[in-house]
Design a protein around this ligand. Structure first.
Ligand SMILES: Cc1ncc(COP(=O)(O)O)c(C=O)c1O
Length: 418
């Protein structure tokens, strides 16, 4: 028997460690060893592992209604998820389409954008704009908008649809001439769009933070300019907040850093259920939604998944939202950011911090792996992205626990880089 793991070269990576229990920040293996989960288990976990309140909500819901086809039927947990989100989303984003993971949320957004035009008889907008090095998931549409050179998806690039890749002006401590770089990118893009802007359907971005690329940060000012530019050409705007949503960046959504600018479509997943169950949402404006209304079934969004809006996952999302909006959760989020900003890291480059996420680069991926191994021996789990190490802890982490992580990182780096 073999369990084939994701993103793993099975030939060289040691066999998986069997985890038997989670509790708050920690995971426990079958030998009783504990590991602090500094990457929130692929960025999904918000309130710690095996959170008792979410577990109880799930249990209650499972005993009441486990699942129901989400076409003729609806249910209270789904309605509450939507009502909750409506209180934190811009008012114009109010059409909620459920699916079950980040990739499908993106897939739905891409389809919505394209069909928005074709339903109006506009068939030449077939190209998508995306940021260089972006990651939006592993299904074909989502892969396509990562670009043909994506380090994750190059095997399949022959099958991708056409895209234009926009350079990213990286922001980090000590960066120079950033505004000039930003303006040059916008200038070049605008020139290109003058030629073929009317063939572009949508721009998709991970707002302010490109996660899988290596927690690459860019400024809200750049995103505002980018959005303004593409809108001149009638191009729709999709924000993929699958990773950045739910206070990861210090605000409820990364787009909350923008002044008076909202996308046409937003994708949410990962933290939506606090990290308990797969669930996602693609949220659109009325303008998008109305283009799908007609007497003809063929104008509908003909897309759906068996577990769409699973009530148990929705119950987890409702409880997670409740915890998220508590004063103490917000205080913890502020403390995490503060500790990230006040703890220096020895011998590193390109330090960047946004909310609960902090990252830095090491001289090479070998060094990053060495650091990860040393931390692992100390019971701290991180997962390098190339030469980048990042910390994205659950919000329940205590200040001393996070300070200790920095202490261990610095001790290890002093040895490795000596
Ligand atoms: C920004 C972003 N979009 C989409 C996805 C895909 O989500 P999933 O892994 O749930 O399919 C990810 C996953 O890391 C992501 O970071």
């Amino acid at each position: 028997m073999t369990i084939w793991r994701p993103f793993t070269q099975e030939k060289v990576v040691p066999s998986a460690i069997k985890i038997t229990k989670g509790d708050g920040l920690y995971l426990y293996d079958e030998r009783g060893r504990k590991y602090a989960d500094l990457i929130s288990s692929w960025w999904v976990n918000l309130h710690g592992h095996a959170n008792k309140e979410i577990a109880a909500a799930i249990s209650e819901q499972a005993k009441t209604l486990e699942h129901v086809i989400f076409t003729a039927f609806c249910h209270q947990p789904a309605e509450t998820v939507v009502q909750n989100l409506q209180t934190v989303l811009p008012k114009n984003l109010d059409k909620f389409f459920f699916s079950d993971n980040g990739s499908t949320a993106v897939e739905v957004a891409l389809k919505m954008a394209y069909q928005f035009f074709t339903n109006q008889g506009i068939t030449k907008r077939k190209i998508y704009l995306h940021l260089e090095g972006s990651y939006h998931g592993d299904t074909y549409g989502a892969m396509s908008v990562s670009g043909k050179n994506s380090m994750y998806h190059f095997h399949f690039s022959d099958f991708f649809f056409d895209t234009i890749s926009v350079a990213v002006p990286e922001y980090y401590d000590g960066v120079e001439n950033l505004e000039e770089k930003e303006d040059k990118i916008i200038f070049d893009l605008e020139n290109q769009l003058e030629q073929m802007g009317d063939t572009v359907c949508a721009l998709i971005v991970e707002p302010l933070l490109q996660g899988a690329r290596g927690m690459v940060e860019y400024r809200p000012e750049f995103l505002e300019k980018l959005v303004k530019t593409v809108r001149k050409f009638g191009i729709l705007v999709i924000f993929d907040e699958v990773m950045t949503g739910f206070y990861r960046t210090g605000r409820f959504f990364a787009m909350d850093y923008l002044s008076k600018m909202t996308p046409d479509i937003i994708c949410l997943s990962k933290g939506l259920t606090g990290g308990f169950l797969p669930l996602s949402l693609t949220v659109a404006t009325s303008r998008i939604y109305n283009a799908f209304l007609s007497d003809d079934f063929n104008d509908a969004l003909i897309h759906g998944h068996s577990y769409t809006a699973n009530p148990i996952a929705c119950a987890a999302a409702c409880k997670s939202f409740e915890i998220l909006t508590r004063k103490e959760t917000l205080e913890n989020i502020r403390k995490i950011e503060d500790i990230h900003r006040t703890n220096e890291v020895f011998g590193t480059q390109k330090r960047r911090t946004l909310g609960t996420v902090s990252a830095f680069d090491l001289p090479s991926s070998e060094v990053a792996n060495q650091l990860a191994t040393k931390l692992f021996e100390k019971g701290i789990f991180v997962r390098p992205l190339g030469k980048t190490i990042y910390l994205i802890p659950p919000y329940c982490i205590l200040p001393d626990e996070l300070r200790n992580v920095y202490f261990e990182i610095n001790s290890a780096l002093r040895e490795i880089l000596r």
